[in-house]
Unconditional design. Structure first.
Length: 321
């Protein structure tokens, strides 16, 4: 019997999600035994024209990591969608925008200015910016165009399943492979993780204590038995889906929210703000001002992985910015 065909692709991605697949170690052989890998730019030398030549829906499973930020990424997402029976948003960037979507706090122009002209380690005395089309003696060179906004995969093409995490943990990858190979995939739209919040899975002692100040992780050595949030460290467990195996919590570090919002929560950042408001001692204006000052980079803290998937999706940019 023919093996199912598997494709893996990276869009606006750091490559960590591809490495996570390789991190399955010897289990990668099980995956290779179960499937024929027909496209995987990081590991195998197939080209786009090979995918274009495939018949519609001839790929059985496509694991797509990374957000969508350029015309090339959009084009390949649509191409893989056309060729794939099952499309999986793989990792926090594909599911929610992830770290690349923090760029939605600036305009594209401001981001280009910062990256290519202002960063101190840059050497770009002419202030050259990448151009979509460049004339060279040999002809015209073309680069993909960046969109104004970073988008999730589902904002560009329909998606059947979501595997969260930055990157997804190995046991979740193997769970997906197992569900697929045994024909036990849940109904389309499911998130392959827990339905509970991370706090529901966390065994740390919760005393319903109020906090009087917030600390950054380097400012305090936390008690490893007690809830980090109740010790004044912003832990996104109340606003984050469980299923990661409590990776950060077991290392005595707070959760940053890479599994995205739990079931029924539309906006992870807003949910986290509400959790913070309910645990902070005092509700007068001076206390609230103090609390706001203690949270360094609130936007990046509460929307570290979920800006593209949030209610706002991006910061509104005035014409003058
Ligand atoms: S989810 Fe994390 S590991 Fe995966 S591409 Fe995005 S930043 Fe990298
Ligand atoms: S806030 Fe963090 S440390 Fe506290 S119970 Fe939730 S996951 Fe555990
Ligand atoms: S603890 Fe939070 S940030 Fe860490 S892996 Fe789990 S969901 Fe992601």
């Amino acid at each position: 019997m023919a093996k199912p065909k598997l494709a893996l692709y990276w869009a606006a991605s750091c490559g960590g999600c591809d490495v996570a697949v390789l991190d399955t170690n010897e289990k990668i052989l099980d995956i290779a035994n179960l499937c024929d890998i027909v496209f995987w730019p990081i590991a195998i030398d197939f080209k786009y024209h090979h995918v274009r030549a495939m018949e519609a829906k001839s790929i059985d499973l496509c694991l797509f990591n990374g957000a969508i930020r350029s015309t090339e990424q959009e084009e390949i997402a649509k191409l893989l969608r056309e060729k794939s029976k099952v499309m999986v948003a793989f990792g926090a960037c594909a599911c929610f925008g992830g770290i690349p979507a923090l760029a939605n706090f600036a305009s594209r122009e401001a981001m280009m200015q910062r990256v290519y002209k202002e960063i101190p380690s840059n050497s770009n005395d002419d202030g050259t910016l990448p151009q979509v089309k460049t004339q060279v003696p040999e002809g015209e060179l073309e680069l993909p165009e960046l969109f104004e906004d970073v988008m999730t995969l589902e904002q560009v093409v329909p998606v059947e399943y979501f595997v969260p995490g930055c990157p997804p943990p190995v046991d979740l990858i193997m769970k997906l492979v197992d569900l697929y190979s045994t024909g036990k995939l849940p109904p389309a739209g499911a998130v392959i993780a827990s339905d509970k919040t991370l706090c529901d899975e966390c065994k740390r002692i919760k005393e319903e204590k109020k906090v009087t100040r917030f600390y950054r992780p380097h400012e305090i050595i936390p008690d490893p038995e007690k809830c980090l949030l109740e010790q004044g460290i912003i832990c996104c467990g109340p606003a984050t889906r469980g299923g990661c195996g409590l990776r950060c919590i077991e290392a005595n570090m707070p959760c940053r929210g890479c599994f995205g919002p739990p079931e029924g929560v539309a906006d992870q950042g807003a949910k986290m703000l509400s959790a913070i408001a309910s645990i902070y001692q005092g509700d007068d204006i001076e206390t609230i001002k103090k609390m706001v000052e203690e949270v360094v980079d609130p936007a990046g803290t509460f929307y570290r992985f979920g800006m593209a998937d949030s209610t706002l999706k991006r910061k509104r940019i005035r014409k003058s910015e």
